[in-house]
Design a protein around this ligand. Structure first.
Ligand SMILES: [Zn+2]
Length: 405
């Protein structure tokens, strides 16, 4: 079956330009061409009229957590919840992401491998959701970002993560995670904001531990990512060959130079720190102070990263406290406000660049012949009002329409 989408404005994400009055031709689930309206016959096509809309590729959120819903305490609930509870929660959250325009997402850490099961269920057509790249259980260290309890009767982490001390521990848990179907190894390279008792600036893993885990990922052709705020942890992860640095809120200039040189991606997740600061009254004081420090540094650093040529992919950490699924597109506005990103630059970070980082650029990320038909639309042009990205009105994934308002 052929589908023709008429576009008032079209951002293909091949570059930063906007085409006027274009048309996208789709056969089955694949884009077969982009034309000027009137250049292509409508005969035999189902026509979708988005001539009053701004059309672009499906968005890609490269950092979120489907197992968590953004309610305060949701990440601490693992001690009292079953894997099935998280599975249902993940299914609902993933659908919200899809309907907000995110047709591809990377889950940066889940519970009980429910992200793997959800990815498989979506791919099999059992439930509706975005195309998923998943981490399974992240690897962390004793007392690090994953290890958030002081109960002597519990061994291991109660929040997401596998305690992986030493080179042998890192190798074993990297293999274990891949055995259960993860697409990548996620490492907690430094302390975090919401984890009480650790320091975002301090390294958790050693270089040797990270190198061992990343080597396992590389040997299987998988991605790797590191939750990392402080400079030492970032440098260790970059030298060890990590695909992406997540957050990176306390980096120094040497980190930026190394990332540019190694081609390491940065996923800024500004909205995660922003929401913790904004809703500070109801959260632990220690966490809010850490978030404030991170956010102040982040604005300055992001501008410098861009000047130095660090590749930046869009990601939000949706699911963390007050950072709700389906509402994460406010990150586009925050990229402008804190990092002085241009509009086209932020849209490319959530399409072309994100697809390259996930090594999916042969299939998604741009609107051009041969790519899968992942297409979104917005009422206005984000070049006039970036907040329009928070009001997605059309979603097609894999040639199937999930939303058309
Ligand atoms: Zn995260």
């Amino acid at each position: 079956m052929k589908t023709l989408i008429k576009c008032g404005k079209l951002f293909t994400a091949k570059d930063g330009s906007v085409l006027e009055n274009a048309a996208i031709l789709i056969e089955g689930n694949t884009i077969t061409g982009v034309f000027q309206a009137g250049e292509v016959s409508e005969d035999g096509c189902e026509v979708i009229d988005l001539s009053g809309r701004f059309v672009m590729p499906g968005l890609i959120d490269t950092h979120l957590h489907t197992a968590y819903d953004g309610k305060p305490g949701c990440m601490d609930s693992q001690i009292n919840a079953l894997a099935g509870d998280f599975a249902f929660m993940s299914m609902v959250n993933a659908k919200k992401d899809l309907l907000a325009g995110f047709t591809t997402v990377r889950d940066e850490g889940s519970y009980g491998f429910v992200d793997v099961s959800l990815r498989n269920a979506i791919n099999a057509g059992i439930v509706e959701g975005p195309r998923m790249v998943v981490s399974g259980r992240p690897l962390g260290t004793t007392g690090g970002h994953s290890d958030s309890h002081l109960n002597p009767d519990i061994y291991g982490a109660t929040t997401m993560g596998l305690i992986s001390d030493g080179v042998d521990g890192a190798i074993r848990n990297a293999r274990y995670t891949l055995k259960y179907g993860a697409d990548q190894i996620k490492l907690m390279a430094t302390g975090g904001v919401m984890s009480i008792g650790d320091e975002p600036g301090a390294p958790d893993f050693t270089y040797e531990e990270m190198k061992a885990a990343i080597d396992v990922a590389n040997s299987r052709g998988k991605l790797s990512s590191a939750h990392a705020h402080g400079a030492v942890g970032i440098k260790n992860a970059v030298r060890a060959g990590i695909t992406s640095i997540e957050h990176g809120m306390l980096m120094d200039e040497e980190c930026m130079d190394m990332m540019a040189e190694h081609g390491t991606y940065l996923v800024p997740t500004i909205v995660a720190a922003y929401n913790i600061v904004k809703n500070g009254d109801s959260l632990p004081k220690e966490a809010v102070e850490k978030a404030k420090l991170c956010l102040e540094n982040h604005g300055r650093n992001l501008e410098l990263c861009r000047k130095k040529g660090v590749k930046i992919a869009f990601g939000t950490d949706a699911g963390t406290y007050f950072n709700f699924h389906g509402l994460q597109a406010c990150e586009f506005g925050l990229m402008q406000r804190y990092g002085k990103f241009g509009v086209a630059e932020s849209l490319l970070a959530a399409t072309k660049t994100a697809s390259e980082m996930l090594r999916m650029d042969g299939r998604v990320g741009t609107i051009e012949a041969g790519k899968l038909a992942d297409i979104t639309a917005f009422c206005e042009s984000p070049f006039d009002d970036i907040s329009t990205m928070e009001r997605c009105v059309f979603v097609m994934k894999d040639g199937v329409v999930y939303k058309n308002q």
